[in-house]
Design a protein around this ligand. Sequence first.
Ligand code: B12
Ligand code: SF4
Length: 463
Amino acid sequence: MPDILLTHGYYLYEDEKERQIMKPYPPLGLLYLSAYLKRAGFSVGLYDSTLGCRPELLARLATEPGGVLGIYTNLMTRANVLDIVRHAKRYGWTVVLGGPESANYPAEYLARGADVVVIGEGEEALAELLPALRDRGPHRLRDVAGIWFRDEAGQLIETPARPQIADLDSLPWPDRAQVDIPEYVRIWREHHGMGSVNLITARGCPYKCRWCSHAVFGFSHRRRSYLDCADEVQHIAETYRPDQVWYADDVFTIHHGWLHNYAAELKRRSLKLPFETISRADRMMKEEVLETLAEMGCYRIWIGSESGSQRILDAMQRGVTAEQVQWATRAAQRHGIQVGMFLMWGYEGETVEDIEATIEHVKEANPDIFFTTVSYPIKNTPYYHQVADRLELTKDWEAATDRDFAIRGRHSRAYYKHADRWLRSEVAAFRLEAADPAEAARKRAEAEAARAALLAASAEVEA
Ligand code: B12
Ligand code: SF4
């Protein structure tokens, strides 16, 4: 039995919606933990639920009983994680949780069977925790920083925060041999014609968007050296031969000096792998940044645009203007880079005029693709605290996610569906105007109907 078995609660094959999209990536955090722990001399197993299945994982817990099980948690996987915890405890496992979700709800997870919750980065914490658990069990862990556990009297103990890892280059690369990367690449290729592998060049984001969760990396921003990243990309290219990579950074173009050095290094090595990534419009406001991205092979960049209303952007503390998003979108497209846009409905204070401003904004920016969500308050974010006294969980905590909070007094879900239809029809009409005026008129009529439905639904509230 390994010193620790790592896993997570996201089963791709149970996710109807994702099975349509089929753009899976392996859990990078667990791969980092595996690499670090192995280098420190521990033996590590990893069950990748993404491509695995619930019965297989649960059977494994039943047949290899009694070790340490480490589970990654995020917002979407609470019910699955609790299911894994229940099974693991039945067969005598010591359960350690990590990741953003359990950092936000340590007491709740400890009350439901978890033995330890690690807050923040897991590498150093686990390297200290594993020997402590072996020698002293799960109740005498006061000297391990950055964790929650129960002492022998059943009291909840939170130990002082653990300092973050200062030098990311000191970490070994993710232990990709633990998961079936060729299968991920194959799935991508089968569904999208391009096989993809993910990596990350930095940890943490210093911006303060009020809805965004900083539960793991706080507000720090630490970068790997461009040489270490270039070495990793070269290794990925040579080992897995993907057609593209995904830089899973929060804000890939945050540091322009780094970006230029990195691009020059890739060029020097004749490494040009197409890629997708995410950034902020205000960190894309230079022609040379976009030129560099295009030269490196960036074919799509995702921008968190959120709203077209400056009043709402300011309320979110987004630190970006709608004009910056419009400029960055058009400029990226000019450089041959597609733009994907994320938009959010229903943020505090949003009015019909703000929705209208968002629609005009999307038309003005004209991204290649856009996705919308209705805003939801992730625990411990400033947005969460702002609306906390109006929150009602619409399901039992164990079956719910932070997406299941209703905000008392906010418009109904149906209202935001109308907003969505209004946006999509209006943008479609705008795009069809010259090529197909008749279809454009039809779309405009749909937009008008959606707007009327939204106004008619404006008295309906969420809870
Ligand atoms: C890339 C990414 C995605 C990709 C995931 C692809 C993949 N499998 O990698 C995609 C686009 C699919 C995605 C989707 C979503 N995401 Co996302 N995503 C990210 C992002 C930007 C990077 C993740 C990453 O690789 N991090 C790097 C690794 C090294 O960090 P890590 O995973 O946190 O691991 C460290 C620690 O957490 C800890 N740790 C991790 N596991 C364990 C286990 C144990 C036992 C221990 C002790 C420690 C430990 O140690 C690790 C190393 O230090 C993060 C933000 C971020 N910067 O982390 C958001 C983030 C994780 N996503 C988030 C959200 C909200 C979502 C969505 C719900 C969005 C949506 N509305 O649909 C979905 C949910 C998807 C799902 N079904 O699970 C939130 C989660 C908030 C929360 N409280 O859970 C984050 C934090 C963004 C944010 N700032 O708000 N996401
Ligand atoms: S939304 Fe993006 S830019 Fe804003 S704080 Fe979160 S990661 Fe940073």
